[in-house]
Ligand binder design. Structure first.
Ligand code: HEM
Length: 467
């Protein structure tokens, strides 16, 4: 554990995925860390880099798999019982988690509900294409750092899906919008920074300047979302009840459930802001990086878009789901440079892994990052090869089904998966239809702050395609 002591321990916590990979080669597919000095809910962490073990852990979670994380957010939400009557999906465990998830899952994971948004997300993606055009350097056609621009797209999309509300982060990017985008980004970083603090673990609560700022931003966002939800409740009271055949928003669906309170709707929306902005932006960013570095694959994606759209570039939700080669590129991106490289479960019962007896209440660290790069699972593992996900070659290489799971697995699987996929396919298909993209960097080093962040600015050049 001493490895993690800041400055002295030698581990850079932001590079823990790289240490874990080195440790796999030194110590094997399972090794243990002593957490007793950390006041953690479990005594030991077990790092797992074998896909069979990972499968066993996912399958042994039962109805209520336990996951840790978002500890600072949990402390904050407990200070606001006026709103956070339930702590939300990111934080809850056990039966309370299951009760909350049962209200939300039928809305967010239903394909029809999310595909209803495909036209709106397509318009938001069109606005993002304009942002790209306008943000380019006039002469070089380069955008020095695409990341911050993409957060505008993912925030706008999530706000629209969750709240039925356009924030105008793309078309009318004024001071208010800039503040919202900056605060959302800061929130996630603060959560990660606060949770890394050694002292927090010892004294049992977050503290200091970062904590104050974290509470302030959370308060501001909570009030904003609460207001939107109240507005919607008023609107629903004054407008006739919609025909169930009509398009109904996620917020209306939440509010129309007898078991879902306005506070539940606020909590879920806040979770969507937390978990749905940086993640999706990074998946788009990382995929674009690989396509920009492989012009042959980029051309294949372009041809696929041209074929499916009859040259128009416009694809409906069904056509988007038929972009099989682009989907393979996204999957290969998730393997090589995952947005969520490491996941976690807390064991509820003793479990045997790689021949060892692991006690209950242990942290099981699902080290997908290392699994993704193991040469015995993937030939030429450090190369970007989307064709390995084509149905035929997948059968040939017999990729372990639990090796690459970008959205997790089982009852706790990402509840925003369908939204993330819609946003990602919609924007990437429009980018590749409109531009030939090249990248300044060939490497993509990542740092971990709950999810992966690129170490460098992501600089791309966007040349208009000639048709
Ligand atoms: C590319 C984008 C995304 C990736 C890679 C991603 C990945 C993940 C992963 C790996 C988990 C944990 C699953 C597990 O423990 O088995 C998760 C959970 C979650 N995600 Fe996502 N996610 C993405 C986008 C989104 C979006 C857009 C939303 C919001 C709508 C969202 C909301 C959530 C929530 C609320 C949870 C907690 C679910 C629960 O514990 O019941 N995610 N996500």
């Amino acid at each position: 554990m001493h490895h993690y002591v800041p400055a002295l321990g030698g581990y850079d916590i932001a590079k823990v995925h790289e240490f874990a990979e080195k440790n796999y080669y030194k110590l094997g597919p399972i090794y243990k860390e002593d957490l007793r000095a950390l006041n953690a809910p479990g005594d030991f962490a077990f790092w797992l880099s074998d896909a069979d073990d990972i499968e066993k852990v996912y399958r042994s979670g039962g109805k209520f798999p336990i996951r840790g994380g978002f500890d600072s957010l949990a402390v904050y939400r407990k200070t606001r019982p006026d709103v956070y009557k339930a702590l939300g999906l990111l934080i809850l465990n056990g039966k309370d988690w299951h009760t909350f998830r049962s209200k939300i899952q039928p809305v967010l994971l239903q394909p029809r509900v999310i595909s209803n948004y495909s036209n709106s997300i397509s318009s938001i993606a069109d606005e993002m294409i304009n942002v790209i055009r306008q943000s380019r350097d006039e002469k070089t056609l380069e955008i020095a750092d695409l990341g911050p621009e993409l957060y505008r797209y993912t925030l706008e999309s999530i706000a629209f899906i969750a709240l039925d509300k356009r924030l105008n982060c793309l078309s009318d990017y004024g001071t208010t919008q800039r503040n919202i985008v900056a605060s959302v980004k800061e929130l996630f970083h603060l959560e990660a920074t606060l949770n890394e603090s050694f002292l927090w673990r010892i004294i049992g609560r977050p503290y200091g300047k970062n904590w104050k700022r974290f509470m302030q931003i959370n308060d501001e966002f909570t009030s904003m979302v609460f207001e939107f939800v109240q507005e919607k409740i008023k609107q629903l009271a004054s407008e006739p009840v919609k025909n169930p055949e009509d398009d109904v928003s996620v917020l209306e669906l939440f509010l129309s459930r007898p078991d879902c309170t306005p506070e539940d709707a606020v909590t879920m929306t806040m979770d969507m802001f937390y978990a749905g902005i940086d993640t999706t932006a990074h998946l788009i960013l990382f995929t674009l990086h690989h396509l920009a570095n492989h012009s042959d694959f980029q051309e294949r994606v372009y041809q696929e878009i041209m074929d499916l759209s009859n040259g128009t570039g416009h694809l409906d939700s069904e056509q988007l789901s038929n972009l099989t080669f682009l989907k393979a590129c996204i999957k290969e991106t998730s393997r090589l440079t995952p947005v969520v490289p490491i996941l976690m479960r807390i064991s509820q019962e003793p479990i045997a892994l790689s021949g060892y007896a692991i006690p209950a209440r242990s942290f099981l660290i699902l080290n997908h990052y290392t699994v993704h790069h193991r040469p015995d699972y993937f030939t030429d593992p450090l190369s970007f090869k989307p064709d390995r996900w084509a149905r035929k070659s997948r059968e040939e290489i017999k990729a372990h089904l639990f090796a690459v799971l970008p959205f997790g697995h089982g009852p706790r699987m990402c509840i925003g998966r369908r939204i993330a996929e819609l946003e990602t396919l919609s924007l990437l298909s429009k980018i590749i239809y409109n531009f030939k993209v090249t990248a300044k960097h060939t490497e993509l080093p990542l740092s971990l702050k709950i999810i992966s962040y690129p170490d460098n600015k992501m600089t791309f050049t966007f040349n208009e395609r000639q048709r």
